[in-house]
Design a protein around this ligand. Structure first.
Ligand code: ADP
Ligand code: TRP
Length: 311
């Protein structure tokens, strides 16, 4: 079976755009591979300096994925900091690439443009990510479009190492997660936490209702377009069209129906999430660590020999 690996860097509370755009496509994909799901906690130190936030985001990321339906028996779920081979290999890659090459990184350039602190970790971020991927002979890396360049960097790191020390690493392929398209928010624009137009994925029923009631409707048409477009994610075909036919012009009734349909999908996930304790997360990560460490240690033994530090 081919290997798949992806990394999670928690970016706060998930919304249904994240679910349909990233989580759901991942859920459909990962059981077809030998999958590793890694919490990129060392990557998060490039921006997070508050230890409570760092550990909070580890718990949150794992909880989100388990609640959304990832089965810890079907994927190795672990955190980066538990497998020290990641930072070790990252260093070796740092010594193979040039600073100007790293300065081309979109994520680095964007962060600098936003006036964020340019710590050295931001610059070398892609080489740690290359290590995450290449340590496991990963073939496929499911990510969002924004991560495409990082996978190119990983291929470059693999090629550089192979050219310098002999064939060692597989050049991985990205698998860009594509949803049914861009999920619209309550104002009809792309749903995004930066636009304040989201429907929370793990929100309470009241929070969902509040978000749905705020969906912008224009009073002209009989079918509220923005409500319909979100509804189409939760109800399909004939069931959807007959609902909108029967409730022509009745925006409140349609919004109430949308709340119920969202709740039927989200309700069970929210309940599952509430039942995942910190101890459960730790157990999953402990088991994942053992498995990931075994694979990474074998690969690093070979790498150390190839670069000449193993005597
Ligand atoms: P946000 O725009 O809220 O900051 P992120 O950039 O953190 O969201 O998104 C994480 C992933 O979720 C993205 O890589 C993308 O695949 C997916 N995603 C986010 N918003 C949407 C959306 N409105 N439609 C489709 N996919 C989305
Ligand atoms: N950089 C990725 C993000 O911000 C997270 C990540 C870290 C990752 N290591 C990875 C993704 C390895 C895929 C593979 O989303």
């Amino acid at each position: 079976m081919q290997r798949l690996l992806t990394g999670l860097q928690s970016s706060g509370d998930l919304h249904i755009g994240n679910y349909f755009g990233a989580l759901k496509p991942f859920l459909d994909l990962y059981p077809k591979y030998e999958s590793l799901l890694m919490v990129a906690d060392y990557h998060s130190l490039t921006s997070l300096k508050d230890p409570k936030k760092v550990s909070g985001s580890i718990y949150n990321s794992v909880r989100d994925y388990l609640a959304a339906g990832v089965d810890s028996n079907k994927a190795i779920i672990f955190k980066q900091s538990d497998v020290s081979e990641h930072t070790e290999l990252g260093w070796i890659f740092d010594c193979l690439v040039t600073v100007p090459f790293l300065q081309q990184g979109h994520a680095y350039k964007d962060k600098i443009a936003k006036g964020l602190e340019a710590n050295a970790g931001l610059l070398t971020y892609p080489m740690l990510m290359a290590a995450d991927i290449l340590l496991y002979d990963t073939v496929i890396v499911p990510v969002g479009e924004d991560q495409r360049q990082h996978i190119e960097y990983a291929r470059e790191a693999a090629a550089k190492f192979n050219n310098t020390y002999g064939e060692t690493f597989i050049e991985p392929k990205e698998h860009i997660m594509t949803s049914v398209g861009v999920i619209p928010g309550t104002d009809g624009k792309k749903m995004s936490k930066s636009y304040g137009n989201t429907i929370p994925l793990f929100g309470t029923k009241d929070e969902i209702a509040k978000a749905v009631m705020s969906i912008v409707t224009d009073s002209k048409g009989e079918s509220p377009e923005h409500v319909y477009n979100i509804h189409a994610l939760f109800r399909k075909g004939e069931a959807l069209s007959s609902l909108y036919k029967e409730n022509k012009g009745k925006y409140k009734a349609l919004k109430d129906a949308l709340v119920e349909d969202i709740e039927s999908v989200i309700g069970p996930m929210r309940e599952r999430r509430a039942n995942i304790s910190d101890e459960d997360v730790k157990t999953v990560l402990r088991e994942g660590k053992e498995k990931a460490k075994t694979l990474a240690a074998a690969k690093m033994a070979d790498v150390r020999k190839k670069v000449g530090v193993a005597l």
